[in-house]
Write a protein that binds this ligand. Structure first.
Ligand code: UD1
Length: 423
C-alpha cells in the first residue's frame, strides 16, 4: 500500500454506467494454484493473477519453502519448484494469511512432511482445521500441533474414504492436493462444490492427476506417481463481480462485467432479480441494470451453489438501502457481523440477533468516518457510501486491498465518486 491509499473517500453521485473487466480470482483460486504448483518439480506459470496484497504474502511463503516465485509478465507468475523444498511455512507469513494453510497437502504429498504455522487471516469467527487434520490422518498422516505449529508427517500417504462434516473449501483443497500423489484411491464425500475447487481440479488434471467428480459432493482421486508443471489461467473473481453488481444495485445505473462466468454467480443473480434488478448474460460475462429503489429479500448464506458468505457484507450494504425489511442469516461463519456497527454509524437500521441480521431499509444513508474490519466488510462500506449524503471515509482500507486490486479505480471507471485519500 502506498501513502496515497491510506483512506478511501466516497460520495453518492450519478448512476453507474460502463464496462468493468473483472480480475482473476487471485485470493480464492490463484493462491491455491500456487500451493498446488509445489506438487510438480518444474516451472509452473499462472496467468490472470492480479497482484492483491495477499499474493505478496503467498510469494514469500513459496520462496521460504524453496520455490522461487517471480512476476514474468503483467498478471503472470512463474513458480519454480524444481529444486529440493524446505517443507516449512513460517509464522510471520502464515499468521498474515490463512490461505497459506493450503501448502500443507502439497508439502505432505511431495516431501512426506510439513511444518506449517497455525494460520491467522480475516477476523470472521473461529476457523478451525479439524476436518483438514481428520482427513489427512485417515490418509496415514501423523499430526501434532506444538508451539503454534502444525507438525505433520507420514511414511506412506494412502488413499482413504473421507466424509467431511461440512463441505469446507480449505479441507477439500488440502485433501485433494494430498490425494493426487497418494497410493490408491481417495474418495472425499460431502466435498465443497465451489467453482474454485473445479478450477483447482482442472489444473491438477492437466498436471497429470486422475480426478473425477470435482464440482459435485463426491470427488474421487486415484493417486499417480508424479505430476508435471503446467501453465494455467485462473478463473474470473466471482466475488469481485458480485461486488460490482451490488454497487450497481445501490447506486443505480447499468454496467457490463467482462471476464466472468454468470453460472458462478447464479444465486446472487437470482436474488438481485428478485430485488428488482435486471441481469442478463453476455458472451464474456453479464450485463445488469438497476432503476429506482430495489425491494428487500431474505438471504441465507450457504456453501456453493448457495449464496456465498463472502457476498454477505456486500448484500447487507445493499439491503440497508432497499425498500422493506430483510433477514440475513449467516450459516457458514460464526461471527461475521461485527461490521454492522460501522454500517449503523452511517445511519443504517440493522439489528443483529445471533446468526441473523434484521435490516430495515433506508432510502438514504449518512456519510460518516468508518473502519474496514475485513476485506468484504471494507468493500461493503465503500458501497454503502454510494447511497449516503455527504462524504464517507473508510479508514484502514488495507483490509480491502487484500482481496481487490484497485476497487476504487474500477468503481470510478463506471462513474462512481470514489477516491483514495492520503493520511
Ligand atoms: C474459503 C475462502 C473464504 C470463504 C470460505 C467459504 C479462501 C482463501 N477463502 O475459506 O473466502 O468465505 O471458503 O466459502 O479461499 N471449518 C471447521 N473445520 C475445518 C475447516 C472449516 O470447522 O477443518 C469451518 C470454518 O470454521 C467455517 C466453515 O467451516 O465456519 C467454512 O470454512 P471453509 O469452507 O473451510 O472456509 P475457508 O477454506 O477457510
Amino acid at each position: 500500500m502506498t501513502a496515497h491509499m491510506d483512506r478511501i473517500a466516497v460520495r453518492a453521485g450519478q448512476p453507474l454506467s460502463g464496462t468493468i473487466r473483472v480480475a482473476g480470482a487471485t485470493k480464492n483460486s490463484g493462491l491455491k494454484l500456487m500451493a498446488a504448483a509445489l506438487l510438480a518439480p518444474g516451472k509452473s506459470v499462472l496467468r490472470n493473477v492480479p497482484p492483491v496484497a495477499d499474493l505478496d504474502v503467498m510469494i514469500e511463503v513459496m520462496r521460504a519453502i524453496g520455490a522461487p516465485t517471480e512476476w514474468t509478465g503483467p498478471d503472470e507468475l512463474t513458480i519454480d519448484a524444481s529444486g529440493e523444498l524446505t517443507p516449512e511455512a513460517p509464522y510471520e507469513l502464515v499468521s498474515k494469511m490463512r490461505a497459506s494453510i493450503n501448502v500443507l497437502g502439497p508439502l505432505l504429498a511431495r516431501c512426506g512432511e510439513a511444518r506449517v504455522a497455525m494460520p491467522g487471516g480475516d477476523n470472521i469467527g473461529s476457523r478451525k482445521l479439524d476436518m483438514h487434520f481428520r482427513g489427512l490422518e485417515q490418509m496415514g498422516v501423523e499430526i501434532e500441533v506444538r508451539h503454534g505449529f502444525i507438525e505433520a508427517r507420514h511414511n506412506a500417504l494412502g488413499g482413504a474414504r473421507v466424509v467431511l462434516e461440512f463441505p469446507s473449501v480449505g479441507a477439500t483443497e488440502n485433501l485433494l492436493t494430498a490425494a493426487v500423489l497418494a497410493k490408491g484411491r481417495t474418495v472425499i464425500e460431502n466435498a465443497a462444490r465451489e467453482p474454485e475447487i473445479t478450477d483447482l481440479s482442472d489444473t491438477l488434471t492437466r498436471m497429470g492427476a486422475d480426478i473425477t467428480g470435482a464440482g459435485t459432493s463426491t470427488i474421487e482421486i486415484e493417486g499417480v506417481r508424479d505430476l508435471v508443471a503446467v501453465e494455467s489461467e485462473i478463473m474470473g473473481d466471482r466475488i469481485e463481480a458480485g461486488t460490482f453488481l451490488m454497487a450497481c444495485g445501490i447506486a443505480g445505473g447499468d454496467i457490463t462485467l467482462e471476464g466472468i462466468r454468470i453460472e458462478h454467480l447464479e444465486m446472487v443473480v437470482l436474488k438481485l432479480e428478485e430485488m428488482g434488478m435486471r441481469v442478463s448474460p453476455t458472451p464474456d460475462g453479464l450485463w445488469a441494470r438497476s432503476e429506482g429503489r430495489l425491494r428487500s429479500v431474505d438471504i441465507a448464506t450457504l456453501p456453493f451453489p448457495g449464496f456465498a458468505t463472502d457476498y454477505m457484507p456486500l448484500v447487507v450494504a445493499l439491503l440497508a438501502t432497499c425498500e422493506g425489511t430483510a433477514i440475513v442469516t449467516e450459516n457458514v461463519f460464526d461471527s461475521r457481523f461485527s461490521f454492522l456497527d460501522e454500517l449503523n454509524r452511517m445511519g443504517a437500521d440493522i439489528r443483529n440477533e445471533g446468526r441473523h441480521a434484521v435490516i430495515r431499509g433506508r432510502a438514504r444513508l449518512s456519510g460518516a468516518p468508518v473502519r474496514a474490519l475485513d476485506v468484504r466488510a471494507g468493500a461493503a462500506l465503500v458501497l454503502a457510501g454510494l447511497a449516503a449524503d455527504g462524504e464517507t471515509i473508510v479508514h484502514e482500507p488495507h483490509h480491502v486491498y487484500r482481496g481487490y486490486v484497485d476497487l476504487v479505480g474500477k468503481l470510478r471507471s463506471v462513474g462512481a465518486d470514489v477516491r483514495y485519500l492520503p493520511d
